[in-house]
Design a protein around this ligand. Structure first.
Ligand SMILES: C[S@@+](CC[C@H](N)C(=O)[O-])C[C@H]1O[C@@H](n2cnc3c(N)ncnc32)[C@H](O)[C@@H]1O
Length: 237
């Protein structure tokens, strides 16, 4: 593939602009406050789930009806609060419905402020540290805790590690969803050496994407929603 073709294929828009714009035209904020938070994040910019990703997850949660969600990668808490809001609509059980893990101190503090400001502090429980290490801490604290949906949206080169850790706390009918697995379309450019800046992430995602489709423990699918969403369902033994 020539350089020109590579340029043409590498895009934030992993399908095409018209289709993405069309899908995004259906977006509605989960609440006015979360809509404002999204707009601020998009302006700043802070990386949060894309509009069409939020729309997909909204319907997905309506179907799956997870009672408890674990997230790796809090950033400012947008998706954590969106998950909590969604769960609140079909499940009025008290206590934390969302556990979210963030390794960056500043993001952790900022998310704490946002979560409190928007009134989700009784629903969202934050953890500071690496995704895998925090899962081990969660298990040490309560070995019986299980999550019906686990959302992986953190360091792309660590997805395999996060996935293996997540399996330890996934409920029997639980599902794992990974965001950004088509990372600007780059993993699809097989045979091309990715630019240095994106090399580690692209190669790691290519390996991860292959792994989840070939490991016989899983039934998985890659979807071209947003920046690529991969849905992983462990098979029953
Ligand atoms: C794309 S952002 C998350 C966006 C958030 N899920 C949302 O949609 O609102 C990724 C976050 O993962 C965090 N992160 C990176 N490596 C991590 C790790 N090893 N463990 C936990 N969090 C990590 C980053 O600091 C960053 O805030």
């Amino acid at each position: 593939m020539s350089d020109l073709n590579v340029m043409r294929h590498v895009t934030k828009d992993i399908t095409n602009e018209a289709v993405t714009d069309y899908l995004v035209s259906f977006y509605r904020p989960p609440t006015p406050e979360l809509g404002d938070l999204r707009e601020n994040c998009e302006k700043e910019p802070v990386p949060i789930i894309l509009r069409e990703t939020k729309d997909f997850l909204s319907t997905f949660m309506e179907i799956l009806k997870p009672k408890r969600v674990l997230e790796i990668g809090t950033a400012v808490g947008y998706s954590s609060m969106f998950f909590a809001e969604k769960i609140r609509q079909y499940n009025d059980i008290e206590g934390y419905s969302v556990y979210t893990i963030e390794k960056d101190d500043d993001a952790f503090i900022r998310a704490g402020n946002e979560i409190k400001k928007l009134g989700y502090d009784k629903a969202v429980r934050q953890f500071l540290g690496d995704g895998e290490e925090c899962i081990e801490d969660i298990i040490k604290d309560d070995g019986s805790v299980r999550f019906d949906m686990i959302f992986i949206d953190a360091a792309k080169s660590h997805y395999k590690r996060f996935l293996e850790a997540s399996l330890k706390v996934l409920s029997d009918d639980g599902v794992i969803i990974c965001d950004d697995t088509l990372f600007q379309g780059r993993p699809a450019l097989e045979g091309e050496i990715p630019p240095r800046k994106h090399r580690t992430n692209t190669l790691a995602l290519r390996e991860f994407n292959e792994f989840v489709m070939t490991d016989t423990r899983f039934s998985s699918t890659h979807t071209a929603i947003g920046n690529g969403l991969t849905i992983i369902k462990p098979k029953k033994r």
